[in-house]
Design a protein around this ligand. Sequence first.
Ligand code: IMP
Ligand code: MG
Length: 181
Amino acid sequence: MPMSEHRNKQPKVLIPEVKLQARLAELAQEISHDYRDREVTAICLLKGSFVFFSDLIRRLDVPMTCEFLGVSSYGNRMVSSGEVKITLDINEPLENKHVLIFDDIVDTGLTLSYIMNSLRARNPATLKSCSLLMKPDSLKVDIEPDYVGFKIGGEFVVGYGIDFAGQFRGLPYIGYIEHGH
Ligand code: IMP
Ligand code: MG
């Protein structure tokens, strides 16, 4: 299907807004509890995580600083290339910090595993990850985020920060668009 047709198509709802927000409240409570005696360095992986990140951090009840890491892996294609490019780096040192990475979706796991390895080299005191979505059946590397919002099937999802060819990031819910035909 040409990209222009996707643009005019309304994605179907996979996870409605109320369900997203309810799960975010649970995740925030769990994270606030786990980090209760520490200051968190919260890292937002751009671009896909910016909506999830801004909603979640507003529910956290811990001292925190925010950093933004630009990562590009997909181009405009629907399958993972496995290539990860840093498009915007973090200037602050992460040494001895309690770093928590926020990701939108773990598919093959290649992106998050690459990012975890490259941040680990900066010697944080602790390094954990939180992904809003995860496709367990698509994993190609052995990685399990420490916090996961929802495990989903193989659907190509959009919305709530997640795009297809740059579109759909503004949807307040997680939707899906059908492949092919
Ligand atoms: P991975 O490296 O295969 O785990 O892919 C992770 C990245 O691919 C995510 O951060 C997204 O940017 C993108 N991605 C994976 N699955 C989807 C999807 O269903 N819709 C939109 N982007 C996706
Ligand atoms: Mg991403």
